[in-house]
Design a protein around this ligand. Structure first.
Ligand code: GUN
Length: 319
């Protein structure tokens, strides 16, 4: 089965670059007023993927002129010690945004740590106050990845109002806030999860299908309505060749890259499903690229809000 015209690739890198250049202009404007935005990133322990993400976040700050600071407590840090670190950052005027990279070690009470972040500095949008503000339509710091999904759809001129948006996954970081943001855009939203009966029945009704499950290739072609817009939030690393072939058999460019690096990244949507869509976010180079760009947006929003400057209700594009 195929759609009448080829699927459009939604280029996350290009959209992220556009957003970053807008943020850079805003940062230089704020800096000229003596209000340079600042971000603190807390990275606990030495999880390789987290180290890579955090380094990219700090690098983006440097590129855009945002002050950044990285704190690296050891894996053995206690919940109370981490809360003390957060409270010190809450009190520092030059820090506008605080991000505690997740996941935290299992002995740490993640919710207590996130709740300690001042809602005004919560650039991840994970504090209950921001979640509540978001769901009730007040100006809020929204979680970066789902905020990035909305930016991709808006900037690609893909309609959301009245569309059936089906989200697979209900995490606080991705699925739940994606549902709220799509609802704000007047989509008809369905949230599916591991206990959903006849999942494919729901996904096949999606005009916009958002996959945020964290399972490689989980959404297969039979689960997709031809012509749907596919948004893949998954970032799964694959280093096993047999598994690679399950997803990318015959993809020469991907295979060369896999052989050279020893791994590749696959999303939650099986790549074979993309050809059925009208438009899709590739992995890598789709939603992932937006997460950091939206963190930069949120840091500037936090800086403005703390200085009493006006802020429109989220979201950015078309404000
Ligand atoms: N780990 C994976 N994605 C994220 C994110 O967006 N924010 C934080 N804090 N941790 C993450």
């Amino acid at each position: 089965m195929s759609t009448s015209s080829p699927a459009k690739i939604l280029d996350g890198n290009a959209i992220a670059a556009e957003i970053k250049s807008e943020v850079a202009a805003e940062v230089s404007h704020l800096t000229a007023q003596g209000l340079r935005p600042g971000l603190a990133v807390v990275l606990v322990g030495s999880v390789a993927a987290s180290q890579i993400y955090v380094r990219s976040k700090v690098r983006a700050c440097e590129q855009l002129g945002i002050f950044s600071e990285m704190l690296t407590p050891p894996e053995s840090v206690s919940t109370d010690e981490l809360i003390a670190i957060v409270e010190q950052l809450n009190a520092r005027d030059e820090i506008d945004g605080i991000l505690v990279q997740l996941p935290l070690p299992s002995h740490v009470d993640t919710k207590r740590v996130l709740d300690a972040i001042s809602p005004a500095k919560d650039v991840d949008g994970l504090h209950p106050v921001n979640a509540g503000r978001l769901i009730t339509g007040r100006p809020a710091l929204a979680p970066c990845t789902p905020a990035g999904v909305i930016e991709i759809l808006k900037r690609s001129h893909l309609p959301m109002a009245g569309q059936n948006a089906v989200i697979v996954g209900r995490s606080d970081l991705a699925g739940k806030p994606a549902a709220v943001l799509l609802l704000q855009q007047n989509a008809t939203v369905t949230i599916c999860h591991s206990k959903t009966r006849d999942l494919a029945h729901h996904t096949r009704h999606a005009d916009i299908l958002v996959a945020a499950i964290g399972v490689p290739g989980f959404i297969t072609p039979e689960m997709v309505r031809p012509g749907a817009v596919l948004i893949d939030i998954g970032i799964n690393r694959i280093s096993d060749r047999a598994e690679f072939e399950k997803y990318f058999d015959g993809d020469k460019a991907r295979e060369e890259n896999f052989t050279a690096k020893g791994y590749t990244i696959v999303g939650d949507i099986h790549p074979a499903a993309f050809a059925l869509s009208s438009a899709y976010t590739p992995v890598p180079g789709g939603v992932g690229a937006l997460t950091i760009a939206m963190l930069m947006v949120n840091t500037v929003h936090a800086a403005r809000m703390r200085r009493g400057q006006s802020l429109q209700p989220f979201t950015g594009a078309g404000r």
